[in-house]
Design a protein around this ligand. Structure first.
Ligand SMILES: *[C@@H]1O[C@H](CO)[C@@H](O)[C@H](O)[C@H]1NC(C)=O
Ligand SMILES: *[C@@H]1O[C@H](CO)[C@@H](O)[C@H](O)[C@H]1NC(C)=O
Ligand SMILES: *[C@@H]1O[C@H](CO)[C@@H](O)[C@H](O)[C@H]1NC(C)=O
Ligand SMILES: *[C@@H]1O[C@H](CO)[C@@H](O)[C@H](O)[C@H]1NC(C)=O
Ligand SMILES: *[C@@H]1O[C@H](CO)[C@@H](O)[C@H](O)[C@H]1NC(C)=O
Ligand SMILES: *[C@@H]1O[C@H](CO)[C@@H](O)[C@H](O)[C@H]1NC(C)=O
Ligand SMILES: *[C@@H]1O[C@H](CO)[C@@H](O)[C@H](O)[C@H]1NC(C)=O
Length: 804
């Protein structure tokens, strides 16, 4: 008993402390009242004490003050509004409430620094309201001015935006000057996130857009913590998906962060001191990939590379580049040489002067000036080397060479790029104008091949740290230096291209998953854990680690072979395998981590996804399966297609997981299919019969899944009436009776797209035919779904008798 008592006593003291030490005013502020900036200055509190208005000193400099509103009861004293962010005030600065001009901020020298503009009428009193809104009212309680209508970087519950209102980010965490990012309900009624070209007001193309046109739209942050756009006829465009907690126990705020991510946070009201703000929703999903501005730098500064970490961007200069302002991590980078096309500035041939830093999966999509294709990687290198305008060349898709010029913009790390960036850098051991350096004939750029070879050889053997790193990197982290073996016609070098995968030790993965602490899910093949691995000694990448069970003892070689087959798949609708561990009894697979969970939770959760998103997902799965069946080097039959095995990435693209595992775990069963793979309900009938297993089993499962996607319900649902309990039967009944709409009842969007619904249902019925030979191939399925191929009337998917 003693402990809680002591605890609550000290807690009470903690709460009371401000009232014991400083004079505080609660509720109405009368005309003539003033506050003065100092370490101990008093503040004006809201009636319940949640918010305070007054002077808050800067963390970076305790002698500078912001006139601001903050959460008064939590330890961080988080600021939600501020007046003079561009010019923090010195000690002794005063704010006074006047009748004619409202709040006026005056420096000790008598200079007016800021005032509450505009005031039309006479202020009778001010009020720091419990909502966090500071209001100036007239005699008849009309609001003459309010902080909610002059917001800075934060919105609070009960705050409403009309068209044209916006938030601006701060310059950085500790600098309250206006930053580069803006969150705005624009004049069309669209919610947009944009970058601003400071110091002007010019806004670039949005990196997020709600597409909710409507001149009378409002952006609402309601008291339960939900944000939505209120459209005509009371329609709501939901922003916050779910607020998990009860509003009365939590503070909520939404802030446009200095790095451009709009984030909604919560904080327990009755804090014991340890909890901070928890982010639970943010926009956009991937700020690095969302940025495509034509007249600005993008999310990061020029020449910088943006990489997503926990939904927030990290900006880094590529090697060979350094920050222009070393204190501004998010600012622009400069190359370690001066780019010039004037001959005399170049004392040496390009080979002698420049080298390439190679990084994978990095792109600056808006800085191209020339595309060369078909082209080899070596050709690409040479072309950029001898082109004084070329700063970077991106070699991708096996035969495309994109040459880029400075400044590079919209840089991002993109794991799906399937290409590498060749970044031109100045060699370090050759100072640009060394007198000792023999000045070769500049015109004679065509060196003999032999000389090139010698240079290359000495670089490889000699002390170039960069090249040694590259070699080590190629060997250990080969998956990070991936290029597509199939597309590029370069002969493979032993051991390097053979596997793109990283081989981890069990210890590595134990550390990466923090001792297999956070379980993401259990599947037929094993348990999946969340983890993070460090790549290229700087990138921390979230991963999903799958610990396989039922391991075969003597299948060492086969395990590697199968893992390699999986590792060689590259498709945007497949989950990428990054590495594996084959450590005695422990066999683990390391996959990229996808943030939006499984299709099962998306389809069958509380918030039903819209029809167009569902059709996109169906297309994605079909394309992924087509790739596995027909387009990758070794045919892969999935054997366990179901919504739990489809994951969703940041953009809600469908990504098939667990492919290749069926074979992997069947290795020791020597082609006899004793165990039935797959999951009940999605399993093709031939599994139960003595029939060969072909790709058509996946087509069957896809058919069932497609029906689930169309209807947003599970294949088997005992809670509906008997006729509808089995989705496959019910769908065929509806089709025969010509009432396909019944399948998408209440789904307005789908009902408005009846033709496509009908086409999808017919394709699904074709896929679930009992006779595998009647089922279409995945190629045909994608063509039919897309409307490129005609869909004939499907026969009944009824049980058939095998002629024997
Ligand atoms: C504040 O002033 C208004 C108008 O004079 C009055 O109606 C209200 O009761 C006052 N509130 C408090 C807490 O004094
Ligand atoms: C602030 O208050 C403390 C104790 O109440 C006092 O010692 C200190 O001198 C005050 N500082 C200023 C700048 O007034
Ligand atoms: C203060 O906030 C309450 C809700 O907490 C609201 O009902 C009231 O209208 C607000 N007062 C003013 C003057 O804005
Ligand atoms: C904040 O950043 C701006 C622009 O970079 C700079 O001019 C200003 O001095 C900074 N303010 C503080 C308090 O560091
Ligand atoms: C939204 O409004 C803009 C400007 O009025 C118009 O160009 C655009 O086509 C509209 N978009 C939609 C989806 O209505
Ligand atoms: C806030 O909005 C959510 C979602 O639209 C709704 O469920 C909730 O009832 C609203 N709360 C209030 C207090 O209006
Ligand atoms: C330029 O950067 C590269 C990569 O970091 C480095 O190897 C090289 O020495 C640098 N060149 C100069 C002239 O500093």
């Amino acid at each position: 008993m003693a402990f809680p008592l002591l605890f609550s006593l000290s807690f009470l003291l903690l709460l009371l402390q401000p009232f014991l030490t400083f004079a505080q005013t609660r509720g109405n502020i009368t005309i003539g009242a003033s506050l003065s900036a100092s370490q101990n200055s008093s503040s004006w509190l809201s009636p319940n004490g949640d918010f305070a208005f007054g002077f808050h000193s800067l963390d970076s400099n305790k002698d500078l003050f912001l006139l601001s509103i903050w959460y008064a009861k939590i330890p961080q004293k988080t600021i939600v509004w501020f007046a003079n962010g561009d010019s923090p005030a010195a000690s002794g600065t005063k704010v006074e409430l006047t009748a004619d001009r409202g709040l006026v901020l005056t420096s000790p020298q008598g200079q007016e620094l800021w005032k509450s503009d505009p005031i039309i009428g006479t202020v009778a009193y001010g009020l720091m309201n419990d909502t966090g809104n500071f209001v100036l009212l007239s005699d008849n309680t009309n609001k003459l001015w309010e902080s909610f209508n002059n917001p800075t970087d934060t919105m609070l519950p009960s705050q409403i935006f009309d068209n044209g209102q916006f938030l601006s980010s701060k310059q950085s965490d500790g600098n309250f000057s206006k930053g580069r990012f803006r969150f705005e309900l624009n004049s069309d009624g669209n919610l947009v996130l944009t970058t601003v070209n400071l110091p002007s007001d010019y806004t670039n193309e949005p990196y997020y857009e709600s597409k909710t046109n409507g001149s009378s739209n409002q952006l609402v942050f309601n008291q339960s913590g939900y944000m939505y756009i209120l459209q005509e006829n009371d329609r709501r465009f939901a922003l916050t998906r779910r607020v998990e907690t009860s509003a009365s126990n939590f503070y909520y705020r939404s802030t446009i962060n200095f790095d451009g991510v709009f984030t909604q946070y919560q904080h327990p009201k009755h804090s014991t001191g340890n909890e901070g703000w928890t982010a639970f929703w943010s926009l956009p999903d991937d700020i690095c990939k969302a940025s495509f501005v034509s007249t600005g730098s993008g999310t990061c500064g020029f020449n910088s590379v943006c990489r997503l970490n926990n939904r927030r961007p990290i900006c880094e200069c590529p090697r060979g580049y350094t920050l222009i302002d070393p204190n501004d991590q998010y600012g622009s980078c400069k190359p370690n040489y001066t780019q010039s096309c004037v001959d005399d500035d170049e004392p040496g041939s390009p080979q002698d002067l420049y080298d390439f830093e190679v990084i994978t999966n990095t792109d600056w999509p808006t800085s191209d000036y020339q595309l060369l294709t078909p082209f080899t990687e070596e050709g690409c290198r040479q072309s950029c080397l001898h082109d004084c305008m070329c700063a970077v060349a991106i070699f991708r898709s096996g035969d495309m060479c994109w040459k880029k010029k400075l400044p590079l913009s919209n840089g991002r790390f993109d794991a799906n790029l399937n290409g590498k960036a060749l970044i031109k850098i100045r060699k370090g051991n050759l100072p640009p104008t060394s007198p000792d350096f023999p000045r070769p004939n500049v015109k004679n750029n065509q060196k003999k091949d032999q000389e090139n070879l010698i240079i290359l050889g000495s670089v490889l053997l000699g002390g170039s740290v960069f090249f040694n790193c590259l070699l080590v990197g190629a060997l250990c982290l080969c998956f990070f230096f991936v290029y597509n073996k199939k597309n590029s016609q370069v002969p493979s070098h032993d051991g390097v291209v053979e596997t793109n995968l990283h081989c981890f030790t069990y210890k590595d993965l134990e550390a990466a998953t923090n001792g297999f602490k956070e379980e993401l899910g259990k599947g037929a093949f094993g348990v999946v854990y969340k983890g993070a691995i460090v790549m290229a000694s700087m990138y921390q990448v979230p991963v999903a680690v799958k610990k396989l069970h039922s391991v075969i003892q003597d299948g060492v070689k086969e395990f590697k072979t199968e893992v390699n087959v999986i590792g060689q798949t590259h498709h945007k609708n497949l989950v990428r395998l990054l590495g594996f561990c084959d450590d005695g009894l422990n066999r683990l697979l390391v996959y990229e981590f996808l943030s939006n969970g499984t299709l099962a939770s998306f389809l069958f959760g509380d918030l039903k996804p819209g029809w167009s998103r569902r059709t996109d997902i169906a297309f994605g799965i079909a394309r992924g399966l087509l790739y596995l069946h027909e387009e990758c080097s070794t045919q892969i039959i999935h054997c366990d297609i179901k919504p739990q095995n489809i994951l969703l990435d940041d953009y809600y693209n469908a990504r098939i997981s667990d492919f290749g595992l069926a074979k992997l775990l069947l290795l020791d069963q020597s082609q006899t299919y004793t165990a039935i793979r797959g999951t009940k309900g999605y399993v093709a009938p031939e599994w139960f019969r003595n029939m060969p297993i072909t790709v058509k089993v996946d087509v069957y499962s896809f058919g069932v899944l497609l029906l689930e996607i169309i209807c947003c319900r599970r294949n088997v649902d005992m809670e509906v009436n008997e006729a509808e309990a089995l989705l496959t039967d019910w769908a065929y009944d509806c089709y025969c009776e010509g009432i396909i709409e019944a399948l998408v009842e209440f789904d307005i969007e789908a009902l408005n797209d009846k033709k496509k619904v009908a086409r999808f249902v017919m394709v699904a019925i074709w896929c679930i035919q009992e006779d595998p030979s009647l089922r279409p191939t995945m190629r045909k399925v994608t063509q039919m779904l897309e409307g490129v191929a005609e869909v004939l009337d499907p026969p009944c998917p009824c049980p058939f008798t095998v002629a024997n």
